[in-house]
Design a protein around this ligand. Structure first.
Ligand code: NAD
Length: 329
């Protein structure tokens, strides 16, 4: 039996496919390649197409014996979601509806969902726990919370079990150096910093250096993409064991400040990284860190690449050997 990975040609999806293949799993990928890259797949059977194409989904489920789904396919740019909410409801919410409908028809009853810690909005306390209030402050986070709620009802009514994984920033690249992060446009700090080191950008913008943190810059949570891949595979094992639906945060301890990320990147690359201090951005909390106590105790998840230097070193290994990512767009 195979595991279907939607969005498997994307950044986190491709690392999860690699992890599944390493563990001897059979993998089927559905990806429209709208932001993903065919070259990022180290194996598996790829269907190029859209989640919202119900005929294609029916064909995929008919042609393969799917045991469980790992669902990454989504639009995930916060800024874009605040300009084009229709795109986010259509791709994320309606796309998930089509997927769940396809699963129901095919009798597939396990799904691991790549959600986001943006479901919490501005936290009341840190580290954030699963039981904390969810009040998304952008359309992207709201659609992800809606997708989780949809899954909860599909469980109650149809018995489709789900695990939702909520986390902040994926970072780093695969140990093989063959796959890594290539988002276009890029919005994540670590690749932006490394692109600055490579002189592809003039400077890295730091939004505010007067926050009440140890060095005045915002503290964020970064998790190595292969540790995230491991968590997704563990969640499949958890559902295979007959456990009920659940939500888990994935976090990396205390988090790292923006300045710490830049200083560590300078150390790792040995290159100059010019910084441009700018005004704070509206709605940027000082600290965003998720607690992973529950994932550690229930899933046995123990991120083994949690060190910032190791995360940046693996990202640098990818960016310095693939300065154009997977190539021309
Ligand atoms: P990505 O854009 O690299 O991957 C998404 C993949 O889904 C792409 O390959 C894209 O082509 C595909 N896709 C999108 N819409 C599709 C559709 N309708 N049909 C078929 N394929 C479609 O993004 P990523 O950074 O790998 O993120 C993956 C998931 O993890 C997303 O759902 C995102 O919300 C979530 N997430 C990411 C981060 C992060 O830091 N990158 C943090 C928290 C949550």
């Amino acid at each position: 039996m195979a595991i279907l990975v939607t969005g498997g040609a994307g950044y986190i999806g491709s690392h999860t496919v690699a992890e599944l293949l390493d563990r001897g799993e059979e993998v089927v990928v559905l990806d429209s390649l709208v932001t993903g890259h065919r070259e990022s797949l180290l194996g598996g059977k790829l269907y190029v197409g859209d989640l919202r194409d119900k005929e294609l989904l029916a064909k995929l489920f008919a042609e393969n014996e799917i045991e469980a789904v790992i669902h990454f396919a989504a639009s995930s740019l916060v800024g874009e979601s605040m300009k084009d909410p229709v795109k986010y409801y259509d791709n994320n919410v309606y796309g998930t509806q089509c997927l769940l409908e396809g699963m129901q028809k095919a009798g597939v009853n396990k799904i691991v969902f790549s959600s986001t810690a943006a479901t919490y909005g501005e936290p009341e306390k840190v580290p954030i726990e699963e039981t904390d209030r969810t009040q998304p402050s952008n359309v992207y986070g709201e659609t992800k919370l809606t997708m989780e709620r949809m899954m909860s009802w599909f469980d109650k009514v149809l018995g489709i079990k789900y695990v939702a994984l909520r986390y902040f920033n994926a970072a780093g690249a695969h140990a093989s150096g063959k796959i890594g992060e290539d988002h276009r446009p890029e919005s994540h700090l670590i690749p932006l910093v490394l692109q600055t080191a490579l002189k592809q950008r003039e400077s890295i913008a730091v939004f505010g250096d007067d926050y009440p943190t140890k060095d005045g810059t915002c503290i964020r949570d970064y998790i190595h993409v292969s540790d995230l891949a491991d968590a997704h595979v563990r969640a499949v094992t958890y559902l295979r064991g007959g456990s009920g639906s659940s939500v888990f945060n994935l976090g990396n301890g205390l988090g790292f400040s923006v300045k710490e990320v830049i200083e560590t990147a300078k150390e790792v690359t040995g290159l100059d990284i010019p910084v441009a201090i700018q005004e704070r951005r509206a709605g940027d909390p000082a600290v965003l860190v998720a607690s992973s106590d529950k994932a550690r105790s229930v899933l046995g998840w123990n991120p083994s690449r949690a060190d910032l230097k190791e995360i940046i070193r693996s990202a640098w290994n990818w960016h310095s050997s693939h300065p154009q990512g997977y190539g021309e767009a």
